[in-house]
Design a binder for this molecule. Structure first.
Ligand SMILES: Nc1ncnc2c1ncn2[C@@H]1O[C@H](COP(=O)(O)OP(=O)(O)OP(=O)(O)O)[C@@H](O)[C@H]1O
Ligand SMILES: [Mg+2]
Length: 250
């Protein structure tokens, strides 16, 4: 399949320097290690000393009632938000030591994210949405094309490569969002209720893809969910209640 359209990256997307982190994670080191994370909004505690660790290839379901702090924790793990107290390490890199540019670079190289409402860029087609993370880290065009097409085929939307998000079904959009989240081969995939806006058939397809692709790549997965079907693809469950981990069955 050829390139659907040429997409000129913004000038800020010139090849990025290599990441200032080690490029391997020792086998016995967690990919994600959060220790005693605390976070308050407007003086109200939302996370109250949360510790979580996730190893390569491990899938962890993060469950808990609405408002218990799941999305807040995911945002802290991905370096989108900063804890007030505690530490977070991604591949042994301490997030608290990074400035905002360092956090952005860590996200670009090592973190993938999937959301409940897909969050594809509406003006880009499917191919371009999946290609964007590779542009941001300076992958050359021929390699981008090869990797994007392979992944679009893997998530079974190669026939919709030219379509924009508004022309796609919810299931197609989420499969493209998964391709976008994994195309740069991140160490960790953070997924916030990725089946929450899908019917049961599309939800099951998305869960099967998340299981298969993380098995194939060894990507650590933190999966926020309210659904037993999603919890079932995970190796472990971490339950939050009122900002605390209340249960972590193995
Ligand atoms: N930016 C913010 N400013 C103020 N309060 C916030 C902010 N973000 C989240 N909160 C509050 O923090 C608490 C935890 O929110 P969070 O989104 O982490 O919950 P959640 O467990 O993901 O819930 P849900 O299952 O409904 O998505 C909630 O009470 C929420 O209102
Ligand atoms: Mg949430």
């Amino acid at each position: 399949m050829g390139r659907p359209t040429e997409h000129t990256p913004p000038s800020s997307q010139s090849p990025a320097p290599p990441p200032p982190f080690s490029t391997t994670t020792p086998h016995d080191e967690p990919v994600v290690l959060a220790s005693n994370v605390e976070k308050a909004y407007e003086g109200r505690p939302v996370l109250r000393g949360v510790s979580v660790s996730v190893r390569a290839g491990e899938r962890v379901a993060l469950i808990g009632p609405s408002g218990s702090g799941k999305t807040t924790l995911l945002n802290c793990l991905g370096g989108v938000d900063r804890p007030d107290q505690g530490s977070i390490r991604i591949r042994q890199e301490s997030l608290e030591t990074l400035d905002s540019a360092g956090l952005a670079r860590l996200r670009r190289f090592h973190v993938g994210t999937v959301f409940q409402f897909f969050h594809l860029l509406p003006t880009l087609n499917a191919f371009e949405n999946v290609e964007l993370p590779l542009q941001l880290i300076g992958v050359p065009p021929a390699e981008r094309e090869e990797r994007v097409n392979r992944l679009l085929t893997r998530v079974k939307v190669e026939h919709r490569a030219h379509a924009r998000p508004a022309q796609l079904s919810g299931g197609e959009q989420q499969r493209i969002a998964i391709a976008r989240a994994l195309v740069h081969r991140p160490a960790v995939l953070l997924a916030d209720e990725p089946t929450g806006n899908l019917d049961s058939v599309n939800g099951a397809n998305v869960l099967a893809l998340l299981r298969e692709l993380t098995d194939e790549t060894g990507t650590a997965l933190v999966l926020v969910t309210h659904s037993p079907e999603a919890t079932a693809i995970c190796h472990r469950v971490v339950a939050l209640r009122d900002g605390c981990v209340v249960d972590s069955p193995h």
